[in-house]
Design a protein around this ligand. Structure first.
Ligand SMILES: Cc1cc2nc3c(=O)[nH]c(=O)nc-3n(C[C@H](O)[C@H](O)[C@H](O)COP(=O)(O)O)c2cc1C
Length: 179
């Protein structure tokens, strides 16, 4: 079982990456690979650039990475109610090669932000639109007020209800066993 974990943020100290790092500790050893979208550098999507030079290789590499995975675990950062530009740009380029970006993979979608909304807006968009891109969303969870509920030093959720909810949604990445 190979689970590709994607923080949909290009921040080096991304809280969504921290959440995914913790989620990975709850899943069996060596099942999770944590992606860094900074490893897929691309110009800002433009129909003109695409017409002139085609789709750059990193977009193909991203699709190939998804193809290799058995399941996806994505955590969305929210900027002004929507996707980060970095993730949306990568997604848009990839969709030019194959609209089925998620390639029929089972997906658990997470999101977190420092505020009480927990990036729920972008999470809702991602969940509701996934089927257009051949994504099978099995479960989702928003973690609100990240810094109140997550021990950054210890790298773990400290709110027991949220922790239980996270373990529950991760169960949907079957057949893996959650700790
Ligand atoms: C341009 C910008 C817009 C933001 N808009 C939102 C927002 O709409 N909702 C929200 O909950 N947080 C918002 N935030 C705060 C982010 O949730 C916060 O920066 C968070 O750390 C982003 O996740 P990441 O650390 O994984 O990149 C915004 C931050 C930036 C820089």
């Amino acid at each position: 079982m190979k689970i590709l974990a994607i923080p949909a943020s290009n921040s080096r100290k991304s809280i969504n990456r921290q959440l995914l790092n913790y989620a990975a500790t709850l899943l069996p050893d060596d099942t999770v690979e944590l992606l860094d979208i900074n490893d897929y550098p691309l110009p800002i999507y433009s129909e003109d650039v695409e017409a002139e030079s085609g789709v750059p290789q990193p977009a193909r590499d991203f699709l190939d990475k998804i193809a290799e995975a058995d399941a996806l675990l994505i955590s969305y950062a929210e900027h002004n109610g929507s996707y980060t530009v970095a993730y949306k740009n990568l997604f848009d380029w990839a969709s030019r090669l194959d609209r089925n970006v998620y390639q029929n993979k089972p997906i658990v979608m997470l999101a977190t932000s420092p505020g009480p909304g927990g990036a729920g807006s972008v999470l809702g968009s991602a969940v509701n639109s996934a089927h257009f891109f051949s994504g099978e969303v099995r479960a989702s969870l928003s973690v609100p007020s990240f810094y109140e509920h997550f021990d950054v030093e210890g790298g773990r959720l400290i709110d027991s209800e949220l922790d239980a909810s996270l373990r529950e949604v991760l169960e949907h990445l079957s057949p893996v066993e959650v700790a």
